[in-house]
Design a binder for this molecule. Sequence first.
Ligand SMILES: Nc1nc2c(ncn2[C@@H]2O[C@H](COP(=O)(O)OP(=O)(O)OP(=O)(O)O)[C@@H](O)[C@H]2O)c(=O)[nH]1
Ligand SMILES: [Zn+2]
Length: 201
Amino acid sequence: MAFEFVAASRLPTRFGEFSIHAFQDSESGKEHVALTVGLETPPGDEPVLARIHSECLTGDGFGSLRCDCGPQLEAAMRRVSEAGRGVILYLRQEGRGIGLVNKIRAYALQDAGADTVEANEQLGFGADLREYAMCEDMLRHLGVRRVRLLTNNPKKVEALQAHGIDVAERVPLVTGINPFNEGYMQTKTDKMGHMLPTEAT
Ligand SMILES: Nc1nc2c(ncn2[C@@H]2O[C@H](COP(=O)(O)OP(=O)(O)OP(=O)(O)O)[C@@H](O)[C@H]2O)c(=O)[nH]1
Ligand SMILES: [Zn+2]
């Protein structure tokens, strides 16, 4: 798979003015987008503030409190806008790669007592099916070689580095913890290696 740049436009948002860049894999038709600020001048070896965000329709679009995705996306957009330079790759790998319908199936199992990892396993999936190869194509097109990565997930740092992206720094992105997602956040710490504070803030 090779993700190719297709088109870019201005994207004024309530967090500031971004550019949106659309990418597509010609074989599968799969689509991803990048939001950028201040990358008209190539950054060279300067580390660029970056967020690799996986699609979460329920959290990003509907304001779901079952996860922390919506507040993380908003915080990332605000921070990139304030920094005056940065990139957000919005990857269309919903539900850690199992897709929207299967994520709702997993939510139903969680409503019946399973945690996020157990629910995926009961459906016959691994805990996390995401991959990050497309980040290499997308960041290369944008002229970004080094990043300061907004994430709490050390596996994401390792995955990016394995794809040739130099992660100069991991920048924590802890926000959106609420009474409905305490279990979800705890499972990320206990079973998925995420670096999150033990006390909700
Ligand atoms: N399968 C499944 N996916 C979920 C569930 N809740 C959220 N997701 C998906 O998880 C993805 C976000 O992953 P997270 O593990 O929250 O965070 P991360 O991207 O690994 O790490 P950060 O960079 O720290 O945010 C999105 O694609 C969501 O749609 C769930 O209960 N089951
Ligand atoms: Zn979410």
